[in-house]
Design a protein around this ligand. Structure first.
Ligand SMILES: CC(C)(COP(=O)(O)OP(=O)(O)OC[C@H]1O[C@@H](n2cnc3c(N)ncnc32)[C@H](O)[C@@H]1OP(=O)(O)O)[C@@H](O)C(=O)NCCC(=O)NCCS
Length: 170
């Protein structure tokens, strides 16, 4: 892993534009060819700066990773949304701008997300990934996750498989 100077901190409302830009670029790059095009565009368009401003102001827990003063990644986290799965916390989203992937930042943001959840008493965690998102599957396996659940997600008239990775309490 390359050693690079970076910092991770909670998002502020003023980060909304930069988070939306990372979201847009990362989703386009990760999901083109996986999520049907029209559904992907409308998901990206919904998540502009206004959406992120209200997420931050509304109290959503979002961590951002900065490199050289530039916001290049984010993670959102909270309580596990599926009570049937016996894990306390959830990392809802973890995305890096495409040009900052593969440098170890995902590992750091993931660790920061888990530490943040643990500080609120959520010691075990799940993360969902689309089954076709091979890179994410390899990443979560490398982080020590094990597959604990499968479900499907609907995109317009199509469905795609989703996999939940579980991370036991450290
Ligand atoms: C998935 C993601 C968060 C991983 O972050 P990252 O900074 O790129 O990953 P790291 O550099 O920390 O890599 C950690 C490990 O993950 C695995 N990994 C990362 N990228 C990979 C790739 N392209 N192919 C296969 N394995 C990969 C490797 O095991 C790697 O360990 P190694 O470097 O010792 O080989 C990032 O690539 C990303 O934002 N991808 C696009 C969006 C996405 O899919 N997010 C997850 C949604 S559920």
């Amino acid at each position: 892993m390359v050693k690079l100077l970076h910092s991770i901190r909670p998002a502020r409302a003023g980060d909304a534009r930069a988070i939306a830009a990372v979201h847009d670029a990362a989703w386009r790059e990760a999901y083109s060819g996986i999520i049907p095009g029209k559904a992907l565009e409308s998901m990206i368009n919904r998540r502009g700066p206004a959406w992120w401003t209200s997420a931050v102001r509304g109290g959503s827990r979002i961590l951002v990773l900065e490199f050289d003063g530039k916001l290049v990644g984010y993670a959102s986290l909270g309580r596990n949304r599926v009570s049937a799965i016996p894990y306390a916390g959830e990392i809802f989203e973890l995305y890096l701008a495409p040009e900052f992937q593969g440098l170890g930042f995902g590992t750091r943001l993931f660790a920061a997300g888990r530490a943040d959840l643990a500080s609120k008493g959520y010691f075990s965690t799940i993360v969902w990934a689309l089954a076709d998102n091979e890179r994410a599957l390899r990443f979560y396996e490398k982080m020590g996750g094990v597959e604990v659940w499968r479900a499907t997600e609907r995109f317009d008239n199509d469905t795609r498989a989703r996999v939940a990775f579980g991370f036991a309490a450290n």
